[in-house]
Design a protein around this ligand. Structure first.
Ligand code: GLC
Length: 557
């Protein structure tokens, strides 16, 4: 039988290095800062770190605009620091997953400098050019037009993100070979895998007006799998905003011809107005959220693999978006953790999520992100009021998740001795790692428990998924079974106390029932027995994860 790959039992932690920990007082987080906190991550129990880009970059998009794929930006440290990070993490059983931004480079990359200076340059064809553009060419992903006039060469250049990020021409085999060489070179440093930025854009075809899911997309991914991801233990996860569950199945086919898994974003689109973009806010459609999770879970079960996440560096904080970041901050942060970590797939935790970090109270001047700045300029021009702009940015801007990591209650949350590159979230005096370490009822302790359970309880990795109470407007409940045990996850996504709707027909009383974890204090004292498992009421934002053994006695006692 084929061995289960490590990443199916793993929990991965995303580090956004610029906001994680600053070691040299320049106000920007760096690699020595990550190394200094490896013990914290080891205690948390994670298996791998996904490191957002640390390559050389002019930093217009915080490193997602790369000017040297084989160099470390001095802002973050040196190649020696990077190698030390891989080694030090490895010593603690933690793998490093690097971010690959292959859809575009920086316009300051030597390839682009050569490409725009000479049509005969071999690098000219590394990018996508036109002599004239048509009126119907749509906007880029950050809201602008997607062809830029390059006067040096007298042509328009194609880009999908910012003007500083010209698209690479994947139709050119020489470019693809060069990228695959680079990936192998990194893998040889002992990496655990790669996260592929906007992977669904690689097969774009500007002539056809196609940005995502282009005609050659899967051909390119399969080629990259063969040529670049040569080590069979590499974990690969592609960012694919456009993926449906059916497409995710193809990307993550267990035969292994493409990727380990993708990040799908359907669950991030259910609180925006239909047909609108991310700035058109609407109340969350909770029933649709549950159905979306169920659809992904069931489509991929046994036929692909899910990633599980609420947060990353492009999203607002989950407790502010899906929970209650005021009175029930800790309870709802734990509930979100339990709701997510009970499902089938590989959970990803974004730095600070394990503390229940919230969105900050920014005013318009505080936003730094290129996307937020473009949005402000364009929507102001369209006549949006200052109030409407602020509401939209506070709800959706990527800056929300990029405030410095809250290590402790000292100045700048222990993130830097200098002037932080971006304003902190003011609640760090209360919400921080130091105050939660050693606290059994903390959000942090809940994450530690969930990570440990994933290693101990096979049904978390192997069980199927059944959504219960599909129409309930407040309760998210599901059951997982693997033939030997059954898991029930029950979450009250509301500020009210509700009658527990799970009766004996859904979860027959059973002596073997154990409460594994909950979002209320008794989490620290796992109880057993049917009454302890299923209370009559669920308190606000109460979540419970229960386990029952079917045939065999529980070997883990
Ligand atoms: C991805 C990254 C995001 C970046 C964009 C362009 O969506 O996660 O941060 O701006 O790609 O590279």
């Amino acid at each position: 039988m084929k061995e289960t790959p490590w990443w199916k039992r793993a929990v991965i932690y995303q580090v956004y290095p610029r906001s994680f920990a600053d070691s040299n007082g320049d106000g920007v987080g760096d690699l020595p800062g990550v190394i200094a906190h490896l013990d914290y991550l080891q205690t948390l129990g994670i298996d791998a770190i996904w490191l957002s880009p640390v390559y050389c970059s002019p930093q217009y998009d915080n490193g997602y605009d790369i000017s040297d794929y084989r160099g470390i930006d001095p802002l973050f440290g040196t190649m020696e620091d990077m190698e030390r990070l891989i080694a030090e993490a490895g010593r603690r059983g933690i793998r490093i997953v690097m971010d690959l931004v292959l859809n575009h480079s920086s316009d300051e990359h030597p390839w682009f400098l050569s490409a725009k200076s000479d049509r005969e340059s071999p690098y000219h064809d590394y990018y996508i050019w036109r002599d004239a553009v048509q009126a119907e060419d749509g906007p880029d992903s950050f809201g602008r037009a997607s062809w830029k006039w390059v006067p040096e060469i007298g042509q328009y250049c194609y880009y999908q993100f910012s003007e500083k990020q010209p698209d690479l021409n994947w139709a050119n085999p020489a470019l693809r070979r060069e990228l695959y060489d680079m990936i192998r070179w990194w893998a040889d440093k002992g990496l655990g895998g790669f996260r592929l930025d906007v992977v669904d854009h690689l097969g774009k075809d500007p002539e056809l007006g196609v940005k995502v899911k282009g005609p050659r997309l899967h051909e390119f991914i399969r080629e990259m799998r063969r040529e670049a991801f040569v080590r069979p233990d590499l974990m690969t996860v592609g960012e694919a905003w456009s993926a449906t569950p059916e497409e995710a199945k193809r990307y993550s086919d267990p035969a292994g011809s493409e990727l380990s898994m993708v990040f799908g974003f359907d669950h991030m689109k259910l609180d925006q107005a239909p047909g609108g973009d991310k700035w058109s806010l609407a109340p969350l459609d909770f029933v649709a959220l549950k159905r979306s999770f169920a659809h992904w879970q069931q489509t991929l079960y046994g036929r692909g693999w899910n990633s599980l996440f609420w947060e990353n560096h492009d999203l607002p904080r989950s407790v502010s978006r899906f929970g209650n970041d005021g009175r029930y901050r800790a309870e709802s942060a734990k509930l979100l953790a339990i709701a997510l970590h009970g499902m089938c797939g590989t959970p990803f935790i974004y730095q600070g999520e394990e503390l229940g970090m919230t969105d900050p109270d920014y005013v318009l001047e505080d936003f730094r992100d290129i996307e937020a700045c473009n949005m402000l300029r364009d929507h102001r021009a369209q006549g949006w009021s200052e109030e409407r702009l602020l509401t939209a940015l506070r709800a959706r801007a990527r800056d929300n998740g990029r405030t410095p990591m809250q290590w402790n209650a000292t100045v700048n949350a222990g993130f830097t001795d200098g002037e932080p590159w971006v304003r902190l979230c003011p609640n760090y005096t209360e919400v921080n790692a130091a105050s939660q370490l050693g606290q059994p009822d903390s959000v942090l302790a809940c994450y530690r428990t969930l990570i440990r359970l994933r290693k101990e309880i096979p049904v978390l990795t192997d069980g199927d998924f059944e959504l219960l109470l599909e129409e309930d407007a407040r309760i998210f409940a599901y059951r997982r079974r693997d033939g030997r045990s059954e898991l029930l996850v029950l979450c009250n996504f509301s500020d009210e106390t509700v009658t527990n709707p799970i009766g004996p027909e859904l979860w027959p009383g059973d002596k073997s029932c154990r409460l594994l974890v909950s979002s209320y204090p008794e989490a620290a004292h796992p109880a057993s027995g049917p009454e302890a498992c299923l209370p009559q009421y669920l308190r606000p934002w109460e979540a419970r994860m229960l386990l029952k053994q079917n045939q065999e006695p529980d070997r883990k006692k």
